[in-house]
Design a protein around this ligand. Sequence first.
Ligand SMILES: [Zn+2]
Length: 405
Amino acid sequence: MSTRRGIPTRGTPFEVVRALLEKGGMHRAELARHLQTSRATITNTVTSLLEQGMVEPAGTDGTLELSEGKAPLKEKLVLARRAGIIGAVIHQDDSTIVGIGELDGRVIATRYMECSPDSRGRERVDTAVVALHELLDELPAPPPRLHGLHVAPNTLMNRHTGEVLGGGASSKWHGVNLRREYEEALGTAVVLENIARHSAYAQYRALTGPAPRNVLHVSLSFGIALGQVLDGRIISGAHGGAGELGHVSIDGNGPICPCSNRGCLVRYASAEEILGECRIVTGTDLTLDEAIDLALGGDDRVVSIFSRAGAAVGMALNAACNLLDPDLILIGGRLARAGDIIIDPLRDALFRSALPLFGHGLRIEQAAQLTDQDLVGASLRAMRLDLDLAAAVLAAHEPAAVTVA
Ligand SMILES: [Zn+2]
């Protein structure tokens, strides 16, 4: 922080950059109010940042001719492309989405790539890195600095070390350290978040109306996972493993699970279990979507399978609600397309055993369908909760940017 006669001053380049990162575009008067300093101080700082090409008036392409480096008074200021950009990779079971965006979270471009659910992790990292380079190459020269990458993989991993843990679905990522791979390939800071936690944050960001305080997102697919967003922050746990609802036991004498415990929720409500039961009762080799269509069409044999699965999820969620006290639960994942056929029995089972405090006013709804833009936008915003981007931006432009008083 710059100083004047040894006293820390307000309205430094660091503070202005951080305010524009967090709040998006602002007028100079808004910046002065937000940073509790004088307009003159802001004008000095902004003029210097404009001269360096770090900020620009909103709505320009960065090539605006500034008269003697003066800030246009009436226009909102945003961080310029020259200050850098950030990126995102989302590894879903059968696709990878990559994207790049402005430092304040505005999405510049995304790319969707289908892949085989059986493809190996290393191959998927290589494909994502090539696609990111292509998106970066499409930007006008000179290439902006990539200040960070948010990666949301479909595997259990330690989000700090990048080490992949767990069996089953994680086996395709065996031997791949996601942090190291992406840091080495792109030379930038990497923030990791499991896809289940990331989906919860993306759903939270897509909500309209007054923000709930504590949102749970339940992903019902071949795995079952919970993501929690409390007061706008993802709760990841100490290692990134918070929310493994699929391995909460609802019957200590139940069927054995690959995790070696008994009665885990996945043995009652995963897409694999539901599909297996639907194939038995119909005597056909259905796909999951065909099974959901039969349920939606009112086939009683199939409806009862989805209904029992929903009730099992409700039982497991009772424990989560007693621990976490959410005000909104969103049901997402591949099975959510069955809608009320799975959600009604889930709700009934949960409320049957709900304590009055968490049960009062708790809403349970189907999650929204999100676009690639929504998912990448959520990655770019989430990264800013973990990385000090303002410090990274100014460090990359030192020493000129930090000597302005
Ligand atoms: Zn288990």
